[in-house]
Design a protein around this ligand. Structure first.
Ligand code: NOJ
Length: 743
């Protein structure tokens, strides 16, 4: 091959690589070759064995819900249980898989599921934190590493990505999603799905993704987990539904139902969601699993009188697999005999499960994820830790930096204070897979590794209560230091499932500690760790610098040190608005136009009398150690035809003295619609690295879909008229231009 051809081939591969990656990860479609094998197997199966394939039990290794079922090994042996979760490591998986393929009549291998949410052993930032990176490649890589490790430890199915849009920080599970925005949520849903499923199902490092929780789980009334959801169909389709569809179109092979009801019908028994939307509208071909005992819980919802009827409702609605409820196992046979569940429905559900077992290659090699050497080499490898450090520092959001307190100088004497200053136990956050807190780098270790002049440390308080002498010791250290770094926040288990909070401030003891440190007059850098947006107005007002670091995982301390010392210039942007007070909740950037928009000079407009409407920090906000200026968006034309894409360019300049990254965000406002439209909606973003003084012009394309919405008659499309196109570095500071769409 000549050099030129070789070089063009390499260039082509580099340019086309991401494209092919994307192409490979397309909507899951079963291959025709698999179908005959499924049919042959199905023909041999008894009804009891079929029901076994529709059953998923947790092992006693760890419970992620309220019940544990004894005797699951006997259930595998008898064929009553065809799938397991909460069991991992090569040795344990091998032991259980052996029962299935050696001791059962049909030798059908088991699926092994687990909540691999933000890493398996190498723990990455919690998903909300990672979303703050706005770096889709890094997010995809994080899911890829998670899948590489998880599949090396016996697993073949993750219960992720969680794509529930959430606008209420009281809800503890907000930590597990991508925040408040639909557009950002869709892009992240795709990236995570691609990451988990890799190039193709069947590769040894690819695992089934499970998009959850279908649907609208992120909107429980009052932010209380498991509570009812009630919203209009228009609102649901426009803001809450798209990320599930995006994950499915990116290839997600399985879907998990949610605990809540939607329009009065629990999601697990909701035919409109599971059959009409999921299978008929979107053409989803994978299988649907319930959430933990959510079939049984339909009795509590009061839509069925008993568990047998709950199973019938679920099956007829489109649920294929029962997680942990044992409802299918206990009642389906009778329901079939009673004529309440038809055999073709059961067969279809079993087919969906068997297909994926075949696609994964489990029949050829049921132990394909059970290679001890791979497990040993993969988990916590240097490469994986490096990927975690990379995305961790990209996830950190600089919220405030007055007088250039940050970056710190290595010559400064640092007083490192706070219950999270020298802590490892919390850093992996909730839903931490098989992560081990001892593998984490603490903030103290991360800072020390940079060899600064002097660091003294003191917790100062416990998480929830004062610590005797804590405050006095902390203040004494602060007095002797040049700068105070206060590492404070929630505990890891204050966010996550069943962790709703009615107050979303810092725990009082820590708030008091930080305020006392600020009163010393020393410069104070507050480093926050938390799983949700918090409201802490006094600190927001008076601290010199504030750094939001979420729960960053294994490499937390190194990533935080990279940012604090300026070895990495912070680039994260909030994926969710931070309220001033819980009373503003829900506060989100893309609210609808009202008839009485806020006017500070008029009483009769939409506002509070005791606080501003605006959040403390808006969606998309984040500072850098350099400064950027972003131009007005320049549309290619100011009048364009309905259906035509519109190209828009935006110039971004690094106007400061350091190299840095900026996320240029593009928003749209449809000025007149047949129904009320949001005042702005994110429709594009690009994260770019610019050298100090450098400028770059970025190209965006607004497609017809970007300008579409559910019109008065609920058809999805555009309406000609005027639009504002806005560009900026966060959702509040935007420059705009007007364009017109004609018929
Ligand atoms: C309940 C949670 O809601 C769900 O997200 C999780 O995947 C299952 N438990 C299994 O652990």
């Amino acid at each position: 091959m000549s050099n030129t051809i070789f070089r063009s081939l390499i260039t082509w591969l580099l340019v086309a690589g991401p494209f092919w990656g994307r192409l490979c990860a397309q909507m899951y479609r079963p291959s025709a070759a698999v179908e005959d094998r499924v049919t042959a197997l199905l023909d041999k199966m008894s009804l009891e064995e079929k029901i076994g394939q529709l059953t998923l039990y947790t092992t006693d290794w760890g419970s992620t819900g309220p019940t544990i079922r004894e005797g699951y090994k006997n259930d595998i042996r008898s064929g009553a249980c065809g799938n397991l979760f909460n069991s991992h490591t090569v040795s344990f998986v091998r032991e259980l898989q052996r029962i299935a393929v050696e001791e059962t009549r049909l030798k059908i291998p088991l699926l092994f599921g687990f909540d691999v949410i933000h890493g398996y052993k190498t723990i990455f930032p919690i998903p909300l934190g990672e979303s703050a990176s706005w770096d889709l490649e890094a997010i995809e890589r994080s899911a890829r590493v998670a899948a590489t490790e998880a599949t090396a430890a016996g697993l073949n199915w993750t219960f992720a990505p969680m794509v529930d849009v959430c606008r209420d920080p009281r809800w503890g599970r907000v930590m597990e999603g991508a925040g408040e925005d639909t557009y950002l949520g869709c892009r992240i849903a795709e990236a995570r799905t691609r990451g988990f499923q890799g190039k193709k199902l069947g590769d040894t490092d690819a695992m089934l993704a499970c998009v959850k929780h279908f649907a609208a789980y992120g909107a429980p009334i009052a932010g209380r987990d498991y509570n009812s959801v009630d919203m209009s169909e228009r609102y649901f389709r426009e803001y809450y539904l798209p990320p599930y569809e995006a994950a499915i179109r990116a290839g997600a092979a399985t879907v998990m139902t949610s605990f809540n009801d939607y329009d009065g019908v629990p999601a697990t028994g909701n035919k409109y969601l599971l059959t009409d939307i999921l299978r008929k509208e979107w053409g989803f071909k994978g299988f649907v699993v319930t959430d933990y005992t959510s079939i049984n819980e339909m009795v509590n919802h009061g839509v069925v009188a008993d568990e047998k009827a709950a199973g019938e409702l679920a099956m007829n609605a489109g649920v294929d697999m029962d997680m942990q409820g044992a409802v299918y196992q206990r009642f389906m046979l009778q329901s079939y005999k009673d004529g309440k569940i038809a055999m073709p429905l059961i067969n279809d559900a079993v087919r969906r499960v068997l297909r994926l077992k075949i696609e994964l290659g489990l029949f050829e090699d049921p132990y394909k994820y059970c290679d001890e050497t791979r497990e040993k080499n993969s988990l916590l490898s240097a490469e994986h830790r490096a990927a975690a450090r990379d995305v961790s520092r990209k996830s950190i959001v600089l919220l405030k930096n007055e007088g250039g307190i940050l970056p710190l100088k290595k010559t400064q004497k640092i007083a490192l204070i706070g219950p999270l200053a020298d802590n490892k136990s919390e850093l992996i956050g909730n839903w931490n897979g098989a992560g081990n807190a001892n593998d984490c780098v603490s903030v103290l270790e991360g800072l020390r590794a940079k060899a600064p002049a002097e660091i003294t440390t003191e917790a100062g308080s416990d998480f929830m209560a004062e610590k005797s002498d804590g405050l006095a010791n902390a203040l004494a250290l602060a007095e002797k230091a040049d700068v105070v770094v206060a590492v404070v926040g929630e505990t890891a288990m204050m966010s996550g499932e069943a962790c709703a909070r009615g107050e979303i401030g810092l725990p009082a003891a820590q708030e008091a500690l930080v305020m006392a440190l600020i009163k010393t007059g020393k410069p104070v850098v507050v480093v926050l760790m938390n799983g949700r947006p918090l409201a802490f107005p006094a600190i927001a007002e008076s601290a010199g610098a504030i750094v939001e670091s979420w729960w960053l995982g294994t490499e937390a301390g190194n990533a935080i040190a990279d940012v604090l010392f300026g070895d990495y210039n912070p680039s994260g942007k909030l994926p969710m608005s931070f309220p001033r007070s819980v009373g503003q909740v829900p506060v989100f950037y893309n609210e609808k136009s009202t008839g009485r928009p806020f006017d500070p000079n008029s009483k009769w407009t939409s506002k509070y009398i005791d606080m501003p409407n605006s959040p403390q920090w808006p969606f998309g906000f984040g500072l850098s150690y350099t400064t950027f200026s972003i131009s007005e968006p320049k549309p290619e034309k100011t009048t364009f035809k309905k259906g035509e894409p519109l190209k828009v360019s935006v110039t971004v300049s690094n106007t400061g003295a350091r190299d840095g990254e900026e996320v240029v965000q593009l928003y749209v406002h449809d000025l007149v619609g047949s129904v009320t439209r949001p005042v702005k909606e994110l429709k594009g973003f690009q994260k770019v690295m610019l050298k100090a003084g450098e400028s770059r012009t970025l190209q965006f394309t607004l497609t017809e879909k970007d300008l579409s919405f559910y019109r008065r008659d609920m058809s999805f499309g555009t309406e000609p008229g005027d639009f504002e196109i806005m560009a900026g570095g966060n959702s509040a500071d935007l420059k705009k231009v007007r364009v017109t769409m004609t018929e």
